[in-house]
Structure formats: C-alpha cells, structure tokens
Design a protein around this ligand. Structure first.
Ligand SMILES: [Zn+2]
Length: 156
C-alpha cells in the first residue's frame, strides 16, 4: 500500500474484517484475496484497487434475482499477495475471526511459495540463477547453446 494514514488503514481493514475473503482453490493451488460488495459500493472497490496499487475490480451479475449485482476487488498474482496484501494484513488486520482465517491462508501461501521455489532448479551454467527449462538450461542459455551448435555445424 502506498503511504497511508492510520485512518485509511483502519477504514480498509474494517472492510476486510467484514467482507474480505482469503481463498485457496484448485491444484496447483491458486490463492486469492477478494472483497465483494454490492454494486452500490463499487467506488469502494475502485478505491481499494488504487490504495493497494495491485489487483483488479470485477463486476458480476446478481447470483439470485433478489440479490444486488456484485463488485469484487480481487488480487491473485502471487507476487502482489506476498509483497502487498500480506504485509498490510500482518500490520493492520485487527484480532478477529477473519485474522485467524487469514493466518491459516497466509501459512499455506508462504509454504506453497517456498516449496514451488525449491522445485524449480536453477540453470546448470555456473553463476546463472534463471530457472531451467530444458536440457538443464534456462531459456537464454538453451538458445545460446543452440546457436553455438548451429555455428559449429554450418560455420559462422
Ligand atoms: Zn542460464
């Protein structure tokens, strides 16, 4: 979140306690922070998006005839969750059942991130930290090796 006053943070965390959702779905898991409001509160979702500087706002039609249309502020990018949403919630989400749910979600998110990061092995070229794609090499080194092979075969 951009530098914000405590009042703004309180305002936002109040909405999160009431309407925020921390979800994990599918396999491999997708982690989502979302906050759904009635269409009448659409400006609040837009405000959240600009305050956090990440995520997007979706409009979804009413799920049942007597329901209001929904507007959802949603963040799904792993990097945005880890670098923006988690630090904000750690600092501002007040003790509540929502915070308990958040802590469980956060633990799963961080655990998944750690293990996925470990599964992707680095390129075997010494000093290269890019993830390997094929033949033990990252995309760039694979390309360079292919080019060298062509040069050796066909001449420069
Ligand atoms: Zn490499």
């Amino acid at each position: 979140m951009r530098p914000a006053t405590e009042r703004v943070a309180d305002f936002v965390s109040g909405f999160v306690v009431a309407e925020g959702c921390f979800t994990r779905t599918g396999s491999p898991p997708k982690f989502t922070f979302s906050l759904a409001l009635g269409a009448a509160d659409a400006t609040t979702c837009t405000l959240l998006k600009s305050l956090f500087g990440v995520g997007f706002v979706l409009r979804s039609p009413r799920r049942k005839p007597h329901y209001d249309d929904e507007v959802v502020f949603q963040v799904r990018r792993m990097k945005d969750l880890l670098t923006v949403i988690v630090p904000f919630m750690d600092e501002h989400l007040p003790p509540s059942y929502k915070r308990v749910q958040y802590k469980i979600w956060r633990a799963e998110l961080v655990d998944y991130w750690d293990h996925r990061a470990k599964r992707v092995r680095p390129c075997q070229v010494p000093g290269c930290a890019e993830p390997r794609r094929a033949h033990g090499l990252c995309r760039r080194h694979l390309y360079l090796e292919e080019r060298d092979r062509r040069v050796r075969r066909d001449g420069p």
